[in-house]
Design a protein around this ligand. Sequence first.
Ligand SMILES: Nc1nc2c(c(=O)[nH]1)N[C@H]1C(S)=C(S)[C@@H](COP(=O)(O)O)O[C@H]1N2
Ligand SMILES: [Mo]
Length: 239
Amino acid sequence: MTDLDVQKELKRLTRRGFLTAAVAAGAGYAGWKWLRTRPRVEGAEWPLRRMLEANETLARAYFSPDRLSPRFEREDITRARINGRLGLQSPLDLDAWRLHIHGAALTLDDLRQFPRRTMITELRCIEGWSTIVEWSGVALADVMARFGPPQLPRYLSMETPDRGYYVGLDIESALHPQTLLAFEMNGAPLPMLHGAPLRLAIPVKYGIKNIKRIGTIRYTDVRPADFWGERGYDWYAGH
Ligand SMILES: Nc1nc2c(c(=O)[nH]1)N[C@H]1C(S)=C(S)[C@@H](COP(=O)(O)O)O[C@H]1N2
Ligand SMILES: [Mo]
């Protein structure tokens, strides 16, 4: 499939999914009730879930580690916006913080030993807005190569130290060259509400996967729990 075909197909499927919902809604309360009483599949009524699954299949087919998310210039950087404080409410002692990964407990200085990476990319929220941000940190793939099993499993999960927020990632997206463990944002240390001391910057995914204040990274072959995935959003959340 060419880019254009994929874009068209995605549009068509999305439209069809929305149409199912719109028809149900248009039929008035009865229709809405019908939609809302469809059996739930992983947290969403099936017509909606079918749409999300179609999107995931296409996004996966479309996904390639060589496909880079658009990069921007310094002058494109927009005013930062704070969204989502789940897992950020408990007090955090920055000196005591560690990244727990594959039996290791790493400090920020340990992470700084990896090659430094900087990128200016779009952070796109499913709510419909986006910001352009400069992120600096290290490639998650580099850290995984050092702190991970020789044979990588299919998934990886990340959670905040208090487990108030958690995301699941397919291993391909985790290994993507633009997937960073970021400790700086727009040229300054990561502010608290943007996820200090360490967050995920993953422009191939929607904002929901860009977890702030990472405490633990785990490897697994079982599709991991995902905060918004459990609440009916697309688990894959690629765009
Ligand atoms: N720990 C944590 N990380 C999170 C969230 C959250 O609620 N808690 N919200 C997510 C959502 S929905 C978005 S859009 C981005 C927003 O990042 P920002 O606040 O740095 O703009 O963070 C993501 N990471
Ligand atoms: Mo978001």
